[in-house]
Structure formats: structure tokens, C-alpha cells
Design a protein. Sequence first.
Length: 188
Amino acid sequence: MIQTQTSEPARLNALVMAVAEARDRVAFEALFAHFAPRIKAYLLKLGAGAALADDLAQEAMVTLWRKAALFDPAKASAATWIFTIARNLRIDAIRRERRPDFDPDDPALVPDADPPADARLMREDDEVKLRAALKELSPEQAQVVQMSFFADKPHSQIAAELGLPLGTVKSRLRLAMARIRVTMGGEA
């Protein structure tokens, strides 16, 4: 028996070609009626929410309208082509979800407010007291404090660099901190 009707994939390919060549709205309506619900169901199966699946299905159909001229029936069927578009749109949506939009009001991006004048003055006063307390330390204690707190070196590295036992480094730090605390009036 000779088949007079074209197959469904060939019909869909012809509809896409009609959209590509003549911007045929009737062909697009037929494609929309056929593919939009199927794309939405496909996106729902991929884990998209109902609203997102609706949006992506519509976006896929708009992409079909805009890029129908890029369709090549020798490379893929209309169904394969449109479902690939929908899948890629879903991937893009996932990427956007993982990389949130820039929020200029994010507290991490807002600079800290300037401290009040009295707090600034107290800090400056504390700095002066601390510098004076550091000058009163023995050279050995001052060196260990400088390496530990200003150079941010671990105690073991300080001991290795100075050729001292670890216990000596820790004792010098403890004694230096006690002296600084007394000099600053217990504020350190």
C-alpha cells in the first residue's frame, strides 16, 4: 500500500522550514500546539518547577521562531532540535540559579561605617599605650612578640628561626604579654 500522508517527523520538519523561509504564522501555531506541552512536560521531568517549565517552554518556542533559519533537517529532526534548545535553556537557568545576581546591598559588600569620634580617640590612645609597652620589653621579648603577632609566625617557626627551644619562645611570649598587660593597666 502506498502511503499518501507524510510522516509526523517530516511534517514537523516542513513546518519548521515554513517558519524559516516565510515566517509562516500558521506553521508556527501548529508547532507551538504540538511542542509547547511536550517541552513543558520534559522540563518538569528534568526537575524544573511548573512556572519555570512554562517560561522555558515559551522561551524555547520563541527561540524556534527567531532561529528557524538555522534548522537543518539533514542534521536532526525538528523534535530533536527543539528539545535540544529546551534542554540548553534549562541548563542556563540552573547556572543562573547557582550564580545569584549581584546585590549591591549585600552586607558583605557595604563598607563599614566610620567609627564614632570617641571610639577613634580611644583606639589612638590604646595604640600609644601599646607602643610604649612594647618599648619597655626586653629585646628578646620584643623580637618574639614582633615575630608572633606582627609577622604572624607560628611558635615552632619562631623557635627554629631563633635557634631556641619551643618552651623558651612560649615563656618569652607569656612574660611579654604579662608585662604589656600591666603597662597598659590590664587593658591588653
